[in-house]
Design a protein around this ligand. Sequence first.
Ligand code: SF4
Length: 248
Amino acid sequence: MKNSQILVSEVFGPTIQGEGALAGRVTVFVRTGGCDFKCVWCDTPHAVLPCNKPTWTPQTPEDIFNRVYELTCGTPCLVTLSGGNPALQPLEPLLDWLHRNNYTSAMETQGTVARDWFVKLDHLILSPKPPSSRMRFNPAQLTRCIDAAQGAYPQPKLSLKVVVMDEGDYQFARYVHRAFASPLLIPFYLTPGNHTPPPPDGSDAVFDREGVLERTRWLVARAAEDRWHSVSIIPQLHTLLWANQQGV
Ligand code: SF4
């Protein structure tokens, strides 16, 4: 694999962005392969676990852009770079391809790896993982990612999003909001977690829709109890619509 190539798990769409600041926006997803985390409830094990590596393909930015162009019949739309952790890949040339052709870019990452090219994104969604993921949060890494998106003009629209499974995650989200979002007026989103994600072998899984809706109602009540009125709470639209199905 050459340095300029990007490891791709899947490219699909148009569909809708299911969560966060761009929920409901029509988008094509470019999902990269590989992640520096292994969250216990990861809902994209096909793009994370090493056993799935044979399904990831090294592609040039031009190859990826051509696929996006084909899927959208050449009509520009939002292109969401996700993973895995897309920040591990050399995405700057792909961003140039997209922008030269009037496509809008958004990237979602857990905020562990900062890149200079973050300033070229139209939207950057940082999603630090809460305690229930069993991953360790590193505040310095998140600060570096936020800093990497600052100072440019035009500046990428930055937002923070935290998945919440339980009270411990909710308290983590409160801390992240207080320490990182509030001082810079960064929009903040809570997503009730999918506690029945697809299994690692990629086979179909039962999806507990009512459980997710129940967690959403709890979260709305919890934020209201704390008078946390600046937050947005959105369940993952794609899971409500398509459960754990891949490629939508
Ligand atoms: S950071 Fe995201 S893609 Fe990586 S393991 Fe966690 S949930 Fe999965």
